[in-house]
Design a protein around this ligand. Structure first.
Ligand code: FES
Length: 162
């Protein structure tokens, strides 16, 4: 249960808002649910709804609207490659396809080893540093395929050590 496992974090988030405005904490709490379950599943939605005194349908509509919440299981390393205009002009489409092929990702973007999920993203605000991708909300910029492969192998090595 999120309430028990993340009690301190949840309390810190709720403390930012008046007691009668707990719904304002939904998005921050959805991040915790996603971190715990690997995606925003029904259990996470139900728990966030309970914490915020909301109906699960309301929480579900928020989770479904924003692309930073995944509605399906994904790899531990969630890669968003920006393919919006500025990045596309710097070869982002080819970069994305080559990286996806390197990961041997399926149609849903999940890598063969299950560790990665690769997806398109629209502008992430690093247009002058394209191609770029976000991994679990951390930016990696001025990439090419070789740099991205090095990152992938570093992350794989880190996981192998665990
Ligand atoms: S267009 Fe890719 S970061 Fe802006």
């Amino acid at each position: 249960m999120l309430k028990e496992k993340y009690a301190d974090r949840i309390q810190a988030i709720l403390a930012k808002y008046p007691p009668d405005r707990k719904r304002s904490a939904v998005m921050s709490l959805l991040y915790i649910a996603q971190e715990e379950y690997g995606w925003v599943n029904q259990q996470g939605i139900d728990e966030v709804a309970e914490i915020c005194d909301l109906d699960p349908t309301q929480v579900n509509s928020i989770a479904g609207f924003y692309t930073m919440y995944s509605e399906k299981p994904k790899g531990k390393y969630w890669l968003h490659v920006c393919v919006d205009l500025a990045c596309a002009l710097s070869g982002a489409d080819e970069f994305y396809e080559n990286l996806k092929a390197y990961l041997e990702a399926d149609v849903d973007g999940n890598s063969k080893d299950g560790l990665f999920t690769i997806e398109h993203a629209m502008c992430l605000g690093a247009c002058d540093r394209a191609p770029m991708m976000q991994c679990n909300f951390h930016f990696h910029e001025n990439l090419d395929l070789e740099k991205a492969k090095a990152l992938i192998e570093q992350w794989r090595a880190n996981e192998a050590k665990k």
